[in-house]
Design a protein around this ligand. Structure first.
Ligand SMILES: [Zn+2]
Length: 242
């Protein structure tokens, strides 16, 4: 596990992304503000638990819909990619996995919202695939950060969730001693890591915060714990001039 505990600003940062020159990133907690550690503006999506990934338009005039203040008016997708500097791309989460991807060689980044549905229908494959086709990304150059999400300790699931991953050859079930009850539990973080490695990302380039949103009520939001009262934590990444 490689992660820094939340600093004074309430932002989790992963060491593998943090050390990259020209990349800034953060996973905001309920105590922090993403804009304290990344440039603004922050481009967003209306997340729909799907696998569609978009490229942020290069022309500033074509981007306005990504900055809507009403979530419902944002473009509907679960991953966003850009090679434009000084602009942050972000996803909002409260239990689902936030996955930030940087290709420092091609100079392109991605922010992905991955719940079990998006993860099992290819949202990470689509993000890295689009980075490759549009910007020439090689998976071996990618650095991947997986932020706080509901952990294998608390993510009790029905058989359809585990089946969706088992059918693709991924063992998604958390070991019984680790889970908090005898019902099946899913380890989304380890599946996301397995998917990125299968795509060709090197294991040492993948970091998982390994922090459970449901277990840490004092500083993280959890939809399963807080229901409709749960806020959302913004997780983003940007390229900077340097
Ligand atoms: Zn937990």
């Amino acid at each position: 596990m490689i992660h820094n505990p939340p600093d004074a600003e309430g932002i989790v940062q992963l060491e593998n992304l943090w050390v990259l020159p020209g990349i800034r990133h953060g996973f905001a907690t309920r105590c922090g503000h993403l804009e304290d550690v990344v440039p603004t503006p922050i481009a967003r999506l209306k997340q729909i638990h799907g696998a569609n990934v978009l490229i942020l338009p290069e022309e500033p005039a074509d981007r306005s819909e990504f900055f809507e203040t009403s979530t419902n008016l944002l473009p509907h997708a679960d991953g966003l990619i850009t090679n434009c500097p000084e602009i942050t791309i972000a996803v909002a989460v409260a239990d689902c996995l936030p996955v930030l991807i940087a290709d420092p060689v091609a100079g392109v980044i991605a922010a992905v919202h991955a719940g079990w549905r998006g993860l099992s229908t290819g949202v990470i494959e689509n993000a890295i695939g689009l980075m490759a086709s549009a910007f020439g990304t090689k998976p071996t150059d990618c650095v991947v950060g997986i932020g706080p999400s509901i952990g294998p300790c608390c993510y009790e699931v029905g058989p359809e969730v585990l089946a969706a991953f088992n059918n693709q050859g991924y063992d998604a079930e958390a070991p019984v001693p680790f889970a908090k009850s005898e019902r099946p539990h899913c380890n989304l973080g380890s599946v996301a890591s397995a998917i990125t490695q299968k795509l060709g990302v090197r294991q040492p380039n993948i970091a998982n915060a390994g922090v459970c949103t449901k277990c840490n009520s004092d500083w993280l939001w959890s939809y399963r714990r807080d229901g409709d009262n749960a806020g959302r934590m913004l997780c983003g990444i940007s390229l900077t001039h340097q």
